[in-house]
Design a protein around this ligand. Structure first.
Ligand code: ADP
Ligand code: ZN
Ligand code: ZN
Length: 735
C-alpha cells in the first residue's frame, strides 16, 4: 500500500519529528526536502520516514505543500552517518541534517549548480579610469581600481567595502558589467591523473606507510605519526593517486584553510583532477557548488576544514585528516561534533581507509594506535635536506624581563638577525597588556558584565573585554581611589611589538594575531611579505604556528608558557607540547639549522625535560600514564553540561537536578562519576551566570545509553526552560 504519511525533520531545537499527509499527486522520498506548513509559516523539512500510521489523529495532520527533491540528498551511508551524529552528540535530528547542508539548500534552492556573477570593467570604465575619476566619487574610483586587475565577484567587492549602491551606480554609467561565470569543471580520466611534475623518490619509511594502507582492504584507521617535514604530505599524495586512478574521490581535512595555501597548491599541481576547496569563507553559491561537485563527481579531491567532512561524494575512496590533533576540528557550538572522530565513523560506514596524520598525535589517537585499534605508521626522520632543531630551555628566574624578553634571548635574536635570518616569537595573548591597574590602591579595570579584566589595547586607545566583546575608551583615572597612576600589568603582542621596534630599529617587525589580521586578505598578504623577507622579526599568537613554511626563520622562541605547565585544564600540557613541536617545526626547514628557545621560570619541570631531551612521543607516553592514573580520557569518557542564566541560583539548581537524574539512572554504576555543579572557569559572561556539570563514565556506550534515556527527563525539569543549557559530548575545552 502507498504510504499516506510523511515523517518530517525540521530545523527546530526539538527532539521530535512531525507528521504530514502525503497528497495523492506527490511522491516524497526519504532524505529529500519538502515544504510544509509549520505554525503560520512554511518551513523546509527533510523526510525521514514514509508511514501509514501516526500517533496523532489523521484529521489533525496537514498536507505537505510541495516537494523540493525527487531524489534523496545523501547517499545511504552519509544519511546514516548523520543519524549517528545526531544520536552520539545528543543533537536534534532536524538541526543535524540542516547543519550538514549548504545554506542555499537550507533555504530551499534547487540542488543544481549555480552560476557565479562576476563583475568586470567595460572599455568605457577603462577609459574613465585612465582619465581619472572625480574626487567626489572615491568609492567608485576604488571599485574601478580593484577591477583593473581582473573580474571580481560581488562578494569580493562587498568585502572591500564597496556597497551595492556603488556597484549599481557604476553599472548605470556603463563603466562595469555583470557576467555569469559557469563553474569550471575539469573532466578527469582515470589513466593520467598525475601530472609529470617533479616527485621526490620515496624513502623507506614513506614506502612502508604507503604499502600498509594500499595493502589493506576496506575500512582501516591509520595513524601516520611523522615529525614535521618528514614527508607526510608526500605520503598523502601517493595514497590519493591510486584512488583517483580507480575513479574514486579523496577527502582531505585540514585545520585552517587560510593558513595552508601551499599545501592546497601542492594537491592542485600534482593531479589532473578538479580540486575543490571548502571553508567558512565561501559564499552561498560557492558552497553549494562545492557540495554538488563532490556529489556529482566533478571534483576528484575535496580539501577543506571541519565542515567539509559532510560533503557528499559519488564514490569516496579515502579520507585524510591532516594535523589530526588540532582542536579546531571540534565544533564549539550547535552540533558539537569532532570532525576527526566523525571522519573515522564515516570511513567505517563507507568501508574505506582513513589516515590521521600528525607530528603530535592527540593522546586519544596515540592510545588507540598503541593498543592496536589503529594501525601505527611512523616517519621518524625529516625528509629532504632539513636538519632537526636544537632546543634550549632558558631559565628566566630572577632575570629582568623587558616586555617579557630576557637579555640572553635578546642577544640570541641579535645574532640570528645579524646573520640575515628571520626570528619568530610566540606569545599567546593579544592586545597591549592583559590588565590595567591602579599603582596606588591595586584596583584593576574589570568588565561589569563578566568575571574578567579588561585587556588594554594601546593602538586603538581602548580597553576591551575578550569574553563579551564590550569595549570603551581607555580610562585615565582609578575608579577606586581616583588616582591617575594607572599602570599596565603583563605583556600582550602589541606591547611586544612596540618593544621590539625600539630594541631593533634596524629590523622590521610584523605582528600576526586576530587583531592585526581582521581585514580579509590581510593574513595572506602578511604571509607573503614574510616569505619575501620584508620583515625580519615575526611575532604572533598561535595563529602563526600552524603549517607555515618560512625557510628563512632560524630562531623561534616561546614566551610566557608557565601558565600551561600548571593549568587546571587537564589538556593544557598536551596542547603546550603540541605547540612547542609545531613551533620547532617552523625553524630550520630548509638548509639552515634552526634553534628553539623556551623561556620559563620552571626549567626543572618534568614535561619540559621529556619533551626537549627526548621527543613528543616520549612525552605522550608519559602523559598517557598520568591520564590512566587519574582516570581521564582516553581512559574514561566525559560529557560536559553547560548552563547559563541571569539568576545564578536557578542555573545551579537546574544542574543539581540534572545530577540527580543522571545518578538515579539504572546504568549509572561505580565507574561513573558526576562532578559539580561548579561555577564555570569564567563564572560570569555578558551578564549571565555560568555553571557546569561533568559526567564521567567508564565506557562510551554506557555514556551514550545514560544520556539518551536521561535527556527527555532533563528536558522536562522545571528549570530547563528558564536557563540556556547544552550538552557537550567529549568536550575539548572545559571552560
Ligand atoms: P610534512 O607534511 O610531514 O611536513 P612534506 O611532505 O611537506 O612533510 O615534506 C617536507 C619536504 O620534504 C617537502 O619539501 C617535500 O617536497 C620534501 N620531501 C618529502 N618526501 C621526500 C623524499 N622522499 N625525498 C626528498 N624530499 C622529500
Ligand atoms: Zn565582558
Ligand atoms: Zn586606585
Amino acid at each position: 500500500m502507498r504510504p499516506t504519511i510523511a515523517r518530517v525533520a525540521l530545523p527546530v531545537p526539538l527532539d521530535k519529528q512531525f507528521d504530514y499527509l502525503i497528497p495523492s499527486h506527490l511522491f516524497p522520498v526519504v532524505g529529500g526536502r519538502v515544504a510544509v506548513p509549520f505554525g503560520p509559516k512554511t518551513q523546509i523539512g527533510i523526510v525521514t520516514a514514509l508511514v501509514s500510521e501516526s500517533d496523532f489523529p489523521i484529521e489533525q495532520l496537514k498536507p505537505i505543500k510541495h516537494l523540493i527533491d525527487l531524489q534523496p540528498l545523501w547517499s545511504k551511508s552519509l544519511y546514516q552517518l548523520l543519524h549517528w551524529c545526531s544520536q552520539f552528540y545528543q543533537y536534534p535530528l532536524g538541526d543535524t541534517l540542516f547543519n550538514a547542508l549548504p545554506s542555499a539548500l537550507r533555504k530551499g534552492k534547487e540542488a543544481e549548480f549555480q552560476s557565479l556573477v562576476e563583475i568586470s570593467l567595460t572599455p568605457q570604465g577603462q577609459d574613465q579610469l585612465m582619465a581619472g575619476v572625480k574626487k567626489s566619487a572615491i568609492k567608485q574610483a576604488k571599485a574601478l581600481n580593484l577591477l583593473q586587475s581582473g573580474p571580481l565577484s560581488i562578494h569580493a567587492l562587498l568585502d572591500e567595502e564597496i556597497s551595492h549602491a556603488t556597484i549599481k551606480a557604476l553599472e548605470e554609467k556603463n563603466w562595469i558589467e555583470k557576467r555569469e561565470k559557469r563553474p569550471q569543471i575539469k573532466a578527469w580520466s582515470h589513466q593520467d591523473v598525475e601530472t609529470d611534475q617533479f616527485k621526490p623518490k620515496l624513502n623507506e619509511e614513506q614506502a612502508i606507510a604507503i604499502a600498509a594502507v594500499n595493502n589493506h582492504d576496506g575500512f582501516g584507521c591509520f595513524l601516520l605519526e611523522g615529525v614535521t617535514g618528514s614527508g607526510k604530505t608526500e605520503v598523502y599524495l601517493n595514497l590519493i593517486k591510486p584512488v583517483l586512478e580507480q575513479g574514486k574521490q579523496a577527502l582531505v581535512l585540514v585545520p585552517e584553510i587560510g593558513l595552508t595555501p601551499q599545501t592546497i597548491s601542492r594537491f592542485e599541481k600534482r593531479f589532473n583532477v578538479g580540486v575543490d576547496v571548502v571553508h567558512s569563507g565561501l559564499n552561498d553559491t560557492e558552497r553549494l557548488n562545492a557540495w554538488l561537485s563532490g556529489r556529482d563527481k566533478k571534483a576528484g579531491i575535496v580539501i577543506g576544514t571541519r565542515s567539509a567532512l559532510l560533503t557528499p561524494f559519488a564514490n569516496l575512496g579515502i579520507i585524510i585528516v591532516d594535523e589530526e590533533h588540532d582542536s579546531s576540528y571540534k565544533q564549539q557550538d550547535s552540533l558539537r561534533y569532532h570532525a576527526r572522530d566523525v571522519a573515522i565513523m564515516r570511513a567505517n560506514k563507507e568501508g574505506i581507509p582513513i589516515v590521521l596524520g600528525s607530528a603530535t598525535p592527540a593522546l586519544e589517537t596515540l592510545h588507540n594506535a598503541l593498543n592496536g585499534k589503529y594501525h601505527h605508521l611512523v616517519l621518524a626522520k625529516r625528509a629532504g635536506s632539513a636538519v632537526p632543531t636544537t632546543n634550549k630551555v632558558l631559565d628566566v628566574k630572577g632575570l629582568y624581563l623587558e616586555s617579557g624578553l630576557s637579555a640572553p634571548l635578546i642577544a640570541e635574536m641579535r645574532r640570528h638577525l645579524n646573520a640575515g635570518n628571520q626570528v619568530m616569537l610566540f606569545l599567546n595573548r593579544r592586545g597591549f597588556s592583559p590588565a590595567l591597574m591602579c599603582h596606588e590602591c591595586g584596583w584593576i579595570a574589570d568588565c561589569q558584565r563578566c568575571d574578567a579584566y579588561y585587556t588594554y589595547h594601546q593602538n586603538s586607545r581602548e580597553i576591551r573585554c575578550h569574553h563579551c566583546g564590550s569595549q570603551k575608551p581607555v580610562i585615565h583615572q582609578c575608579q577606586g581611589c581616583g588616582s591617575t597612576q594607572l599602570v599596565t600589568v603583563g605583556v600582550g603582542t602589541e606591547q611586544l611589538e612596540h618593544q621590539l621596534e625600539q630594541l631593533f630599529p634596524d629590523f622590521k617587525t610584523i605582528r600576526i594575531d586576530r587583531d592585526s589580521t581582521r581585514r580579509k586578505g590581510s593574513l595572506a598578504e602578511a604571509l607573503r611579505a614574510i616569505r619575501n623577507n620584508e620583515y625580519q622579526i615575526l611575532i604572533g599568537t598561535q595563529m602563526l604556528a600552524k603549517g607555515h613554511h618560512f625557510p628563512n626563520v632560524t630562531l623561534v622562541s616561546l614566551l610566557d608558557i608557565d601558565g600551561s605547565l600548571y593549568s587546571s585544564d587537564f589538556r593544557a600540557s598536551e596542547r603546550l607540547a603540541q605547540l612547542f613541536i609545531q613551533v620547532a617545526g617552523r625553524a630550520g626547514r630548509e638548509s639552515k639549522p634552526g634553534e628553539v628557545i623556551l623561556q620559563t621560570h620552571h626549567p626543572e619541570h618534568a614535561l619540559l625535560h621529556t619533551l626537549l631531551n627526548k621527543s613528543y612521543h616520549h612525552f605522550a607516553v608519559e602523559a598517557l600514564k598520568e591520564r590512566k592514573i587519574a582516570a581521564l580520557p582516553p581512559f574514561s569518557f566525559l560529557t560536559l553540561f553547560r548552563a547559563e542564566g541571569t539568576q545564578s541560583p536557578i542555573v545551579e539548581d537546574f544542574l543539581r537536578q540534572v545530577r540527580l537524574t543522571l545518578e538515579s539512572h539504572p546504568l549509572f554504576d561505580e565507574h561513573c562519576m558526576v562532578l559539580g555543579p561548579t561555577p564555570a572557569p569564567l563564572a560570569k559572561r555578558a551578564g549571565k551566570s555560568r555553571w557546569q556539570l561533568l559526567l564521567q563514565t567508564g565506557m562510551r556506550s554506557q555514556m551514550q545509553k545514560i544520556l539518551t534515556s536521561a535527556k527527555p527527563a532533563i528536558q522536562m525539569l522545571p528549570n530547563a526552560k528558564k536557563v540556556r543549557w547544552s550538552i557537550d559530548i567529549e568536550p575539548q575545552d572545559l571552560s
